[in-house]
Design a protein around this ligand. Structure first.
Ligand SMILES: [Zn+2]
Length: 195
């Protein structure tokens, strides 16, 4: 992860250098405004990657608790049987919404944008896609991300409302599974499966 972070930080610096040159070229009328905007977007994208890696590094404990909850939660979800498109289940330990249409992790950007605009801080992503911990526990988490928000608190509630409004599947874990002390979070994507 540290190596990955260094790589991403290097690409931010590269994009920043590129922008400085582009601004010069733009002021001389040698490139278009569109090209300049594209450079700015490249920096934002590179910075997002840095943030994601930093969050993954600082939240190893949270990841373990959250993954444990998902492993336990998956058993309970399986017991409840298939859920129709757009279906919603609430229990004392979790809330599951089945979504409509196709979900892909590449839609994460619009969720992050909604959260940033609403709460003026970045979406607290603890896990983005498959992590080492999922590999070890043989949990398929490739097309999912975990957000460290309690589903019973205002930010978590607002996020779930946004997800339902956009037909995006999620499972919200309240952290009330016996034997699991902590780890309330919102898992965005279909439930993880063990393999
Ligand atoms: Zn998850």
């Amino acid at each position: 992860m540290e190596k990955l972070l260094a790589l991403y930080q290097a690409s931010v610096r590269k994009a920043q250098d590129h922008l400085v040159k582009s601004k010069q070229l733009f002021s001389e009328g040698l490139i278009s405004k569109n090209q300049l905007d594209e450079n700015e977007r490249a920096i934002a994208a590179a910075q997002l990657k840095v943030t994601e890696v930093q969050q993954q590094m600082t939240s190893a404990d949270a990841q373990i608790a959250q993954t444990l909850l998902e492993v336990e939660g998956e058993k309970q979800i399986a017991k409840l049987g298939p859920l129709p498109k757009g279906g919603l289940i609430k229990t004392t330990s979790f809330i599951r919404y089945n979504g409509v249409g196709l979900w892909s992790l590449s839609q994460a950007g619009k969720i992050e944008l909604f959260f940033q605009q609403t709460f003026k801080r970045p979406l607290p992503i603890a896990v983005f896609g498959q992590g080492a911990i999922h590999d070890r526990w043989r949990l398929d988490h490739h097309n999912a991300m975990d957000v460290s928000l309690n589903p019973d608190e205002p930010e978590g509630l607002a996020l779930m409302e946004f997800l339902r409004g956009n037909g995006i599947p999620f499972s919200a874990f309240r952290g009330a599974i016996p034997g699991v002390a902590t780890g309330p979070h919102i898992h965005i994507g279909l439930p993880s499966h063990r393999y």
